[in-house]
Design a protein around this ligand. Sequence first.
Ligand code: HEC
Ligand code: HEC
Length: 339
Amino acid sequence: MTDEIPIRQAGRGRRKAGRLPLLALAILWAAEAVHAQDAPLPDEPITPVPLDIITDPARVSLGQRLFSDTRLSGGNDRSCSSCHMITRGGADGLRLSTGPQNRIPPTNTPTILNVSLSALLNWDGRNRSVKTQLRDVVTNPHIMDGDWPTVLSRLQADRALVTEFRGSYPDGITQANVIDALAEYERSLVTPNAPFDRYLRGEADALTPQAKAGYELFKFYGCVSCHQGVNVGGNMLQAFGIFGSPAAAEGGPDTPGAAKDTGIFPSEPVFRVPSLRNVAETAPYFHNGSVQTLPEAIDIMANYQLGRSITPDDIAQIEAFLTSLTGEYQGIPLGDYQR
Ligand code: HEC
Ligand code: HEC
C-alpha cells in the first residue's frame, strides 16, 4: 500500500470467521459448501481490485474539482484532466501529449486509474506514493509548469473554495491539503469488477474460454513474473529488452523516461513495469507510445522480455485475457464511457 488510508482487501472478512461462534461457523461452512463453485480461486499471482476502498467523500469531491482546475498550471491553461481522461481509460490516447508552451513530455501519459494501488509511480518508478508524485507534477515543466506559491495564492483568492476547504481541513488551503484532496480523489479512481476479477472471485463464467486460455499462457510464458499483484504490474523495475534491444528502447540506458543508476542491467533501459489493468483502453503503448495495438505489444514483450516468439493464436488468447482486465468506474464498464 502506498499510504496510510486503510484499504480493506477483499477476503479479509473471511478470516474474521475464526472469531465467530461455532454455530455460525458451521452455517458459514454449509453455505460455502453449497456455493463451492463460487469460491474465490486460491493462490493466484493476481488479486482483484478491492470492492470496498474507503475514501472521504468531501475530500474526494474537493480533489475532483482540483483535478479539473487550470489554476494548478503555470499558464492557467491546463488541468490534470487535460491529459488524464476517464473517457480515455484515464490517459489521453495520444502517443505523446502536448505540454505547456508546446513542450512535448518525453513519455506517454500513463493512466490515472488505480494509481493508488501501484507501489511505484512514473515510467522510471521515481515516486513511491501518490503524494510525492503530486508534489512534483505541479512543477514539472513538461506537464503543469506551475509553482506552488502561485497555485496556492490563486486558490486562496477563491472565497467559495476557501470555505469548502475549511469544511474538510481546519487550516484551509495549504500545499499539504491540496495534495491530500487530490490524493484522496486518486484513491477513489479504482476500477473493480473486471471480468477477470469476477473470475478470481469465483464466477467461473465471467471469462470467455479464450480469455481463460490467455491467462494460462500469461502464466505459462512468464509474463506474470513481471506483471502481477493487484495492478498486474506497478510494483517493480525491470529492463526493457532482456533478450535483444526493442526499437522502442534503442537509446539504451539513456532512453528518455528510463530509470537512472538503478544498478540493475547497466546496459539496458530500466522501467517501472506498467500496470495492465484496463490496458485495452489505454493505447498507444510503451513509455514512448510507439506501439498502437495490443497484439503488437504482446509480440514485442514475448520476443524481448521472454526471448521467444509466440504464435498469432497465442497472442490472440493473451489479448482476450488482457481485455478481460477492463473494470468498471462507478459501476459503468470503462469501455462504455463515451469518447
Ligand atoms: C500534459 C499532460 C499531462 C497533464 C496536464 C498531467 N499529466 Fe499526469 N502524467 C503525464 C505524463 C506524461 C506522465 C508520465 C511522466 C513520467 O513518468 O515521467 C504522467 C504521470 C502521472 C502519474 C503517475 C502514473 C503512474 O502510474 O505512473 C500520476 C498519478 C499523474 N500523472 C497525475 C497527474 C495529476 C494529479 C495532474 C494534475 C496536477 C496531472 N497528472 C497532469 C501527463 C500529464
Ligand atoms: C521481465 C519483465 C517483463 C516480462 C516478463 C513481461 N513484461 Fe510486459 N512490460 C515490462 C516493462 C518493463 C514494460 C514497459 C516497457 C516500456 O514501456 O518501455 C512492459 C510493458 C508491457 C505492455 C505495455 C503496457 C502499456 O501500458 O504501455 C504490455 C501490454 C505488456 N507489457 C504485456 C506483457 C505480456 C503479454 C507479457 C508476456 C508475453 C509481458 N508483458 C512480459 C516488463 C515485462
